[in-house]
Design a protein around this ligand. Structure first.
Ligand SMILES: Cc1ncc(COP(=O)(O)O)c(C=O)c1O
Length: 394
């Protein structure tokens, strides 16, 4: 298959395996196992002398198509599809550390990701230091002789802070550590962490890749050597594999990813610009706007804005709840990346488990709201916000 295809083509055709029936759409291979023509064939397969599948926990045809398509898009050599985004994140981190190792992670992480490095990893003797990832000096200051992994997401959830991925990767290479990037918020279309020097990329495919609210999924992508040496055995023996049915759903989702993300980004940009003019709004954070505090890094490492907008209402929680409750098209949900526009109040939902101090460090106040743009008509969304803001005092 051509590696020179542009993303929109890769996402429709990449990795396709056709059976003897020549089906147009990818087939779902809902099978746990595979049969062999002879004992010798089984032996050869297990020895790795012949290509082919062995057991669905290791790999299977529909998952293989999804993994290959994601590899083409990401510019990765190999990948493993996982049951959820968290299965991808926890596998990518835990497969490469052992007791006595140290992780440095940006403190602005999705709650479950933060739990994996801050709470789970130390139980197994792997210490973690959380830093304000926006400043490269903080990463450098946190490094210890046993630092093995740097972990970050950029833009971050929910305040859309941006981390200089190339800068973190340079530092990691100096000390022989690996950089794992959770690229969910950027999407594989707008940011290429591997090209920026990161070693491993993870996605919650639940978000934009499905994008239609149907199933959970995740994927870990890297070079073949890293996968062979770190993830291969971990993945086989701990079993975070994606269901082939979900792999099929995600293959269908990914075909329309560029169309959806384009419309979502356009809607997010319009809503960000609209909100910035409203008297009830104290500030808008949007990676596509010139007033984003890290607009220079965004220009260097991202090729598009974002499908998400963060904003702060002057009236705190009361105003945030009033706005959310008054919206008609935009639905209240903690999910994101969906073709339906969604709105979240992080302080009382996704980030409620953090201490007040930790929330403040991340810039999440009682008035912070996160908007995930869907693919609806832009003008309908602007009108929905304009009408709902009437319930919010300035
Ligand atoms: C940045 C980020 N990483 C990881 C995840 C986990 O993904 P999943 O819900 O598919 O396990 C999420 C959302 O849930 C997320 O927003």
């Amino acid at each position: 298959m051509s590696k020179n295809w542009r993303p929109a083509t890769q996402l429709v055709h990449g990795g396709t395996l056709r059976s003897q029936y020549g089906e147009t759409s990818e087939a779902i291979f809902l099978t746990q196992g595979f049969v062999y023509e002879s004992s010798e064939a089984a032996e050869a397969r297990f020895k790795g002398e012949t290509d082919g599948f062995i057991y669905a926990r290791y790999g299977s045809p529909t998952n293989d198509m999804f993994e290959k398509r994601m590899c083409m898009l990401e510019g990765a050599e190999d990948a493993r599809a996982t049951a959820s985004g968290m299965a991808a994140v926890s596998s990518a981190i835990l497969c490469q550390v052992k007791a006595g190792d140290h992780i440095v992670a940006a403190r602005a992480l999705f709650g479950s990701c933060r739990w994996v490095v801050e709470t789970l990893a130390p139980r197994y003797g792997v210490e973690c230091t959380l830093v304000d990832g926006r400043d490269l000096e903080n990463w450098e200051a946190a490094v210890r002789p046993n630092t093995k992994v740097f972990f970050l997401e950029s833009p971050t959830n929910p305040t859309l802070e941006v981390i200089d991925i190339a800068g973190v990767a340079r530092l990691a290479n100096q000390i022989g550590a690996k950089v794992v990037v959770d690229n969910v918020f950027a999407t594989p279309l707008f940011q290429k962490p591997l090209e920026l020097g990161a070693h491993v990329v993870v996605y919650s495919a639940t978000k934009h890749i499905d994008g239609q609210g149907r199933c959970l999924g995740g994927v870990v992508l890297s070079d073949k050597e890293w996968i062979d040496e770190n993830l291969h055995d971990y993945f086989r023996h701990t079993g975070p594999a994606m269901s082939p049915f979900n792999a099929w759903t995600l293959l269908k989702g990914i075909e329309t990813l560029p169309l959806r993300v384009r419309q979502q980004t356009e809607n997010a940009r319009l809503i960000a610009d609209f909100l910035a003019e409203q008297p009830q709004v104290a500030r808008v954070i949007y990676p596509g706007r010139k007033d984003h505090p890290q607009a220079d890094i965004i220009a260097r490492q991202m090729t598009g804005g974002s499908t998400l907008v963060a904003f702060e209402l002057k009236g705190g929680k009361e105003a945030a709840f009033a706005l959310q409750n008054a919206l008609d098209i935009v639905r209240i949900s903690n999910n994101l990346g969906d073709s339906k526009s969604l709105i979240t109040h992080p302080a009382t939902t996704t980030h409620k488990n953090l201490s007040d101090e930790a929330r403040a460090e991340l810039g999440i106040s009682a008035g912070t709201v996160r908007f995930s743009a869907g693919i609806e008509d832009s003008q309908d969304l602007v009108e929905d916000f304009a009408r709902a803001l009437k319930s919010v005092t300035a």
